[in-house]
Write a protein that binds this ligand. Sequence first.
Ligand SMILES: O=C(CO)[C@H](O)[C@H](O)COP(=O)(O)O
Ligand SMILES: [Co+2]
Length: 216
Amino acid sequence: MALVSPSLLAADFLHLDSEIEMINRSEADWLHLDVMDGVFVPNISFGFPVLEAVAQRCIKPLDVHFMIVHPEQYIDRTAKLGAMMMNVHVEACRHLHRTVQEIHNAGMKAGVTLNPSTPVSMLEDIIEDVDMVLIMSVNPGFGGQDFIENTLTKVARLRRMIAGSGSKALIEVDGGVHAGTAPRLVQAGVDVLVSGSYVFRSATPEHTIHELRELK
Ligand SMILES: O=C(CO)[C@H](O)[C@H](O)COP(=O)(O)O
Ligand SMILES: [Co+2]
C-alpha cells in the first residue's frame, strides 16, 4: 500500500474550491502542489497567492514541489503556509545540504527531487538527512505526460541505497502515475504516489484515489 498525493496541477482552476473539497472528503493522504517558475522548467503554474488560498481551505498535509531556481529563498514563506513537506530539486540547489537544514529548521520535512536524467548516486552523501526522495517519472514542467520506464530501475536502486544506510527516507514518484503504472510502482516499494491527470480527470476522483491507495 502506498500513500496518495493528488497533484492539484490537473484540477479545474475555475473551480478550485470544489476540487479542494473533493480532496478533503477523499482518502487522499496529502495534497501535492507544483510550483513552476518558467526558468527551472519551461512552464509557469501558480505561486504564493494561490498556495495561501489552498492552504486555508485544504485539511490534508501539503506536499509542495518547487520546480524553481533558488527554492531556498522561499523556505520561510512555505513554512508559514503550514506545509508539511518542501521538495526541492537537486539540480536547482547549489548548497543542497544547507537548504535541507534550513527546511528542517523552519519546521518542515525535507524532500529532495531528481529529474529523470539525474542519477540516484547524487544522493549518497545526503540520503540520511532527508525525509523523502521524489523521483520524477516525467520531465518536470507539465502534467499528462507519459511515464518513463527507467523510473522502476531507479526506484530499485534507491531502495537499495536507503536499505544500506541509516536513512528512513520515503520514496515518492511523480508523473504519469495511473492504473497502468501505479501497481508496478507499489510492487517496487514506492511509498507515495503523486497523480494529477488520472485523479482529477477521472469521472469519480474519490474512487480513483481509493483504488490507488488499495494497490498492493
Ligand atoms: O510535477 C509535476 C509536473 O512537473 C506533476 O506533479 C506531475 O506531472 C503530475 O501530473 P500527471 O499525473 O498528470 O503526470
Ligand atoms: Co509534482
